[in-house]
Design a protein around this ligand. Sequence first.
Ligand code: PLP
Length: 486
Amino acid sequence: MQYVSTRGQAAPQSFSQILLGGLAPDGGLYLPAEYPQVTGAELDAWRTLSYADLAFEVLKKFATDIPQADLKALTHKTYTADVYCNTRSGEDAARITPLCVLEEKDGTRLILQALSNGPTLAFKDMAMQLLGNLFEYTLAKQDAELNILGATSGDTGSAAEYAMRGKKGIRVFMLSPHGKMSAFQTAQMFSLQDPNIFNIAVEGVFDDCQDIVKAVSNDLEFKTRQKIGTVNSINWARIVAQVVYYIRGYLSATTGNDQKVSFTVPSGNFGNICAGHIVRMMGVPIDKLVAATNENDVLDEFFRTGIYRVRKASETYHTTSPSMDISKASNFERFIFDLLDRDGDRVRALFKKVETQGGFDLSGKPGSDGDEFRKVAQYGFLSGKSIHQDRVQTIRDVQAKHGVTIDTHTADGVKMAREFLTPGIPMIVLETALPAKFNETIQEALGRDAERPAGFENIEALPQRFEVMPAAVEKIKAYIARHTGL
Ligand SMILES: *Cc1c(COP(=O)(O)O)cnc(C)c1O
């Protein structure tokens, strides 16, 4: 299988060739030249597989240049009950992403899919743990080293650091917006003492961090000399790893391949829901994909109007679902590529326009950049936004009715999912974090602390290790060079 760039000007590459990199040389994102298809017979055969075996079956369709025996060993090393052990009481860790039916009315089920039982209590562990093992495997084969540069609004950073800590040949330089993560998230990242982990607290918002990563990645000379790689959500292997749990969710919620399900996905960078789009393109019977946003509603605006209008850092709100405080969705270009029938020239022009004019317009109105908004419904997308009061209300309501505590991001999802229920079609809300990560809002909603999985009791009291730096590309580059010695 070959991978092509959304901007149409980069040479096709294999899975292993794009594994360690970020953007394509032309500034685009990689996608498979063609989406592999999943047949109904395959789906039925996959129903009884363990998570690790399902991951192997899915990955071998995408990572065609890794020997299958190696791939199988990697998925079995990654998806174990030991790694995904931070379960709620009653959940079976061996199932990795168990479903919990919240409500059932007239045959319509509202379901939570637990994706947050890994080491950092957020769904990003699902992909990042696999990435850590894939990177280690590939680097060892090439006798190479890698310096990972990432930007995080909280969850990516800790997931990456816990996946890469202590791994040979790998250093992690993680940028986060200074003072904007929750106390728990901050403690998770900054308390790591592994010498290959470097936490940089940037004086700015998440988008400043993301812009710095992009600027560094666009400096090809520096990037090559410093052996820079990324683990941001644009990394293709992360998307593939996420494809697996959508298929697992589908299989767990259905009994035959003639049935459909819908997913609601708390969204920021469009990475999680991008995997849902790909699963749908692979032929898995997904009805709707609902993008749930918070007050930072750039995606909701697009799916309602066809206008993609990125926000400035000063217009990005700091909310109580902070991992979705994103105003420029880095994976969105992948969907636009498909929406525009894979016309790389047009995608390149549109995303140049994002840089120069802050957005583009596919509404089809006079003066717009195209009329493809009319086709969005064919891809199953719906959207909605919620605000702080909705989250508080939803957390209270789900606790009262179902005895389940959900986190603020998942609450954004549950709120939207309820608005888009379709009779007879199960609606799966992806649970993107456990509530302990966002305890401040749980206290506000429920008047008590969120339950903490064992081992996390005193995490805020641990000594922290981090460097505060201004949002200045050159300063960050100098810091990296100083610590790699390259
Ligand atoms: C990262 C994250 C999101 C947003 O996911 P995207 O892939 O950026 O759309 C939502 N909720 C939580 C808890 C997250 O960590």
